[in-house]
Design a protein around this ligand. Structure first.
Ligand code: 7GP
Length: 829
C-alpha cells in the first residue's frame, strides 16, 4: 500500500508542477482562494482583516512547503541537532518577516496592489504573539531567526500559552492589566498537530521493583495531561531552510480520572478534565520572581517532558543505542527555567531505558548547556522541596542522588570547607528547604554561558564563584545579538535600501560584518542627505502614532529621546524622569534668549510593569504626572514634550526604534546582564546614552566611546559606593528635583512619597543620587552634539556601521561552534 501511495504522490506532485508559484497572478489567485475557502468570505466582499487572514494563509502555504522539505532533508542527513528549550518566545508579528525571508515581498506587494490592497495596511492587522516577558524571550526569537538563516538543524520548544503577556492600558496615568487572548481570531502561523501528542504525568508515588534481578524505581503517577504540538515554521533568509518552533498546549488526557467515570460522577469528571488545560493557559508576567508556584513548576515540567519524549522518539527512529545520543543531540536550556529537564533525562535513561546511573549521567553531562540571563542571585529559581516532592516525586529523588554524588566529588577537592559545600549544594537548607535550579544546571551542563563580557565576569566572580573555581572551563561568554532581518530589513526599509545602495550589495543581510563598509562614507554629504531623510520619514511615522495614541503633538525638529523596556528599578526609568524634571525646571527659569538655545526634546518612555511590582507602577504614574504638567505648560511649548507609549511590545518597538534619535540604557552598572534593546537602536543609527553596563561596554569598543554618551559609576565602583551608604545623597540638583516630586508639584504627593524614599531615605540602592550629575552631563553632551547635525549624522552612521558584532548570527555561530558542536545542514533548492 505504501508503495502505491508514493507512486500516487509522485504523480500528483508532477501535476502540481513542482513548487507553489510566486508570480503575481498565482499569488492573487491563492489569496482569493483563501478568502473563499479558508476564511469563507465571498470573493467580492471581505474587509482588511479578512484580506490579512487570506494573505497570511497563502504565505503559510509557502512556509509549509519549505518546512516539509527541510525536515525531510534533516531526516535524510541525520545531522547532530540543537534543541532549544525556552519557556518564553517573543515572536511579535510574522507576516512581513516571513515574506522577506522567503524572498517574495515585492511579488506580494504587487499582487495586493492589483487586488486593490496595500501590503503595509494589511500587515498592521496582525496582532503580536507575545509569549514572553522581555529580553530573554525576544532574544530566543532572534536566535530562531539566525538558526534558520544559517541553516542549522535546530528545533525550538516552548509553551503555547492561551494568554500571552498582559495588555497594558493606562487609566488616569495608572497601569491596568488586561488579558491578551491572542488566539481569539485564530493564528494562521501555527499548524495544529493533533496526532503529535504525548502524555505528561504528575504527582503520585515512587515504588521499587525488581527487574532482571536488579532493584529499580518506578513512578506511579497520579495525574496525566496530554501535550499537543503546535508547529510554527521559522523561515531562514536567503535559504530554503525553514525550521520548526514546536509549542505545546495542554489538553485533557483520555487516561485522566477514569475512576470518576466508573463511579458515575460524570459532570465532576468532565470538570476535572478541563482543569488539565489550565497548565498552558497563562504566561507568568513577572520577569524576575516566580518562586515556589505550583503552576509554574507544572508548566516547566509539562513542556520539558513533552519535548524530551518528542526528541527521544525522533532519535530512536534512527538509532538503537543511547551511546550515540550525545553525537546527535545538543540541548540548550534558556535560563534555568527548563532545568528540570536534567532530572527528566536521568529518569528516562535510568528508569525507562535501564541504563546505569553513571552511564546516564555521562550522557546528560555531554548534551546540556545553559545560558543565564539574570545578574541577581535572587533571580535564580528555587523550588521548595515539598512542592517538588509532591508534583514530581521521582524527580526529587533523582535530584537528591545527583546532589549526593556532587557532594562526594566536591569533598575530594574541598574536604572540610563546609560553607563552600553548602553554597554549592543543589539543596538549600533553611526555613523553606529548596532546590536551587541553577546549581542543578551547573552540576550537569558542559557549558554555562553569560550574555556579555561584563555579565560573565559577574557570574565568575560573584554569582557562581565557587563553581567557577572548580570548573573554570565551563564558563563562556556569548555576547547577545539581535537579528538584522527584523530590526533593520523589516522595521526600517528605508535604512535597508540606503545600506544596500551604499554597500552595492544586499549581502549584509546575511553577513552583517559587511555593514562596517559604511564607515568609509561616514562623512559623505550625499549619504548624509539620504540618512537625514530616512530619519525624518521614520520620525513622521512615529509622531503620527504618538498623536493618535496620546493626542500629544510633537515637533519633528526636536530630538526624539527614547527609553523603552520593562519598567524596573535597576533600569532606572526614574533617573530619566528626574532628568526630565530637571530639564523642565531649567527651562522654566530661563529668559527668552536662553530658551532659544535649548535643544527641543520629545522624551518617550514605554514599558510594562509586572502587575505586582508597586514601585514600577508608581514610576509609570510619575511619568504621566510629569507629562501632564509639562505638556500643558505654555512656557514650554515645543521645547519639551513627555510621552508615555502604552502597551509596549515587539511591533511597537519596530515603529519606535527607527524613529528615535537618542536612546537611553540607564541600568546601574552591574545589573543589566546584557541588554539587547541597545543593539536594535545601534543598528538603526540611534545614538546611545548609557552606563558602562552589559553589552554597552562592548558597543563602546566597536563604535568608539566618543560616538556615544557614557556616564555613571562603573561596575567595580558600585559595591564601594553602596558601602559608603548615602552616596552623598546626590547633588543639590538631585535633591531639588526629588523635592519637587515630594512637595506635590506634579500632584499625588502621598502616592509618590514611597517612591521618593527609595532614592533618598531608603538608601538609594540603585545609586540614582550618585549618578545624577554625571547623567545630566551626558544629556548636555547629547544636546551639544545634536546642534551640529552633520556631526550627529556622522555619529549615527558610525553607530550602524559598528553594529555588525551585535547580530544574533554571530552569537549563534559562537554557540554552534563552542557549545553545541553542530554544523549547518542546508536543504538544496
Ligand atoms: C534579560 C536580561 O535582563 C537582559 O539584560 C538580557 O539582554 C536578556 O535577558 C537576554 O539575555 N533577562 C530576562 O529577560 C529575564 O527574564 C530572568 O531574566 C531570568
Amino acid at each position: 500500500r505504501k508503495g502505491g501511495l508514493k507512486a500516487k504522490a509522485e504523480k500528483m506532485f508532477g501535476l502540481m508542477d513542482g513548487f507553489l508559484k510566486n508570480d503575481s497572478v498565482s499569488l492573487q489567485k491563492d489569496i482569493l482562494d483563501h478568502v473563499e475557502f479558508t476564511v469563507a468570505r465571498s470573493r467580492f466582499n471581505f474587509d482588511d482583516f479578512e484580506a490579512y487572514q487570506a494573505l497570511a494563509h497563502s504565505v503559510r502555504d509557502r512556509l509549509i512547503e519549505r518546512w516539509h522539505d527541510t525536515h525531510q532533508y534533516f531526516k535524510k542527513k541525520d545531522p547532530k541537532r540543537i534543541y532549544f528549550l525556552s519557556l518564553e518566545f517573543l515572536m511579535g508579528r510574522s507576516l512581513t518577516n516571513s515574506v522577506i525571508n522567503l524572498g517574495i515581498q515585492d511579488q506580494y506587494a504587487d499582487a495586493l496592489t492589483q487586488l486593490g490592497f496595500d501590503f503595509e495596511i494589511l500587515a498592521e492587522q496582525e496582532g503580536d504573539a507575545a509569549l514572553g516577558n522581555g529580553g530573554l524571550a525576544r532574544f530566543a526569537a532572534c536566535q530562531m531567526d539566525s538558526l534558520a538563516t544559517l541553516d542549522y538543524p535546530a528545533w525550538g520548544y516552548g509553551l503555547r500559552y492561551q494568554y500571552g503577556l498582559f495588555r497594558q492600558i493606562i487609566v488616569d496615568g495608572f497601569q491596568h492589566e488586561q488579558p491578551d487572548f491572542w488566539l481569539n481570531f485564530g493564528n494562521p502561523w501555527e499548524i495544529e498537530r493533533v496526532h503529535v501528542s504525548y502524555p505528561v504525568k504528575f504527582y503520585g508515588t515512587v515504588e521499587e521493583e525488581v527487574l532482571n534481578g536488579k532493584k529499580c524505581k518506578i513512578w506511579i503517577p497520579g495525574e496525566s495531561v496530554e501535550a499537543v504540538a503546535y508547529d510554527n515554521p521559522i523561515p531562514g533568509y536567503g535559504t530554503r531552510n525553514a525550521i520548526n518552533l514546536r509549542l505545546w498546549a495542554a489538553k485533557p488526557s483520555d487516561q485522566y480520572d477514569m475512576e470518576s467515570y466508573t463511579t458515575g460522577d460524570y459532570i465532576n469528571a468532565i470538570v476535572n478534565r478541563q482543569k488539565a488545560e489550565t497548565i498552558s493557559n497563562v504566561l507568568y508576567p513577572d520577569d524576575r520572581s516566580y518562586q515556589g508556584k505550583e503552576l509554574r513548576l507544572k508548566q516547566q515540567y509539562f513542556f520539558v517532558s513533552a519535548s524530551l519524549q518528542d526528541i527521544i522518539r525522533r532519535f530512536k527512529d534512527l538509532h538503537k543505542n543511547f551511546d550515540e545520543f550525545p553525537e546527535k543531540i545538543a540541548l540548550q536550556i534558556n535560563d534555568t527555567h527548563p532545568s528540570i529537564s536534567i532530572a527528566e533525562v536521568m529518569r528516562v535513561l535510568v528508569d525507562e531505558e535501564h541504563l546505569d546511573w553513571s552511564k546516564a549521567w555521562g550522557i546528560a553531562c555531554r548534551i546540556f548547556s545553559v545560558t543565564i540571563h539574570a545578574v541577581q542571585p535572587e533571580g535564580l529559581e528555587k523550588i521548595p522541596v515539598d512542592l517538588l516532592g509532591s508534583v514530581l516525586p521521582r524527580h526529587l529523588e533523582i535530584i537528591y542522588e545527583i546532589n549526593f554524588r556532587l557532594m562526594e566529588e566536591l569533598k575530594k577537592s574541598f574536604d572540610q570547607d563546609y560553607d563552600r559545600l553548602s553554597r554549592m549544594s543543589i539543596i538549600e537548607e533553611g526555613a523553606v528547604k529548596s532546590i536551587r535550579m541553577a546549581n542543578l544546571s551547573l552540576a550537569c551542563c558542559h557549558t554555562v554561558n553569560g550574555v556579555s563580557r561584563v555579565h560573565l565576569e559577574t557570574l565568575k566572580t560573584r554569582v557562581f564563584k565557587d563553581f567557577y573555581e572548580l570548573w573554570p572551563l565551563k564558563f563562556q561568554c556569548k555576547t547577545n545579538g539581535v537579528t538584522q532581518r527584523r530590526w533593520i530589513v523589516v522595521s526600517n526599509p528605508s535604512l535597508c535600501s540606503i545600506i544596500s545602495k551604499w554597500l552595492g550589495t544586499e549581502a549584509w543581510i546575511r553577513n552583517v560584518d559587511l555593514i562596517a563598509g559604511l564607515r568609509e562614507y561616514a562623512k559623505d554629504p550625499d549619504l548624509h542627505t539620504e540618512w537625514k531623510n530616512m530619519k525624518k520619514v521614520n520620525k513622521m511615522r512615529l509622531a503620527e502614532y504618538i498623536e493618535t495614541l496620546t493626542s500629544v503633538k510633537v515637533s519633528l525638529d526636536a530630538m526624539f529621546d527614547v527609553q523603552i523596556k520593562r519598567i524596573h528599578e535597576y533600569k532606572r526609568q526614574l533617573l530619566n524622569i528626574l532628568g526630565i524634571i530637571h530639564r523642565y525646571d531649567c527651562i522654566k527659569n530661563m529668559d527668552e534668549s536662553d530658551k532659544r538655545r535649548v535643544v527641543p526634546r520629545v522624551c518617550i518612555i514605554g514599558g510594562k510593569a509586572a502587575p505586582g511590582y508597586e514601585v514600577a507602577k508608581k514610576i509609570i504614574k510619575l511619568c504621566h504626572a510629569v507629562a501632564d504638567k509639562v505638556n500643558s505648560d505654555p512656557d514650554i511649548g515645543d521645547l519639551l514634550k513627555v510621552v508615555f507609549i502604552p502597551d509596549y511590545n515587539v511591533s511597537v518597538a519596530e515603529l519606535v526604534i527607527p524613529g528615535s534619535d537618542l536612546s537611553q540604557h540607564l541600568s546601574t552598572a552591574g545589573h543589566e546582564a546584557s541588554g539587547t534593546g541597545c543593539m536594535k537602536f545601534l543598528m538603526n543609527g540611534c545614538l546611545l546614552l548609557a552606563t558602562a553596563d552589559g553589552s554597552a561596554v562592548e558597543i563602546a569598543e566597536e563604535i568608539g566611546e566618543p560616538n556615544m554618551f557614557l556616564f555613571g559609576a562603573k561596575v567595580d565602583e558600585v559595591p564601594a559606593l553602596r558601602e559608603k551608604g548615602t552616596t552623598l545623597k546626590g547633588s543639590l540638583q538631585f535633591a531639588r528635583v526629588v523635592r519637587m516630586v515630594r512637595d506635590g508639584y506634579f500632584g499625588f504627593k502621598d502616592y509618590f512619597k514611597s517612591l521618593c524614599d527609595t532614592v533618598e531615605d531608603g538608601g538609594d540602592f540603585y545609586l540614582l543620587g550618585h549618578d545624577f550629575a554625571s547623567y545630566l552631563e551626558a544629556q548636555a553632551a547629547a544636546d551639544r552634539a545634536f546642534v551640529d547635525q552633520e556631526k550627529w549624522t556622522q555619529m549615527s552612521i558610525l553607530s550602524t556601521a559598528g553594529s555588525g558584532k551585535f547580530s544574533s548570527d554571530r552569537t549563534i555561530e559562537e554557540y554552534a561552534e563552542q557549545s553545541w558542536g553542530i554544523e549547518p545542514c542546508k536543504c538544496p533548492f
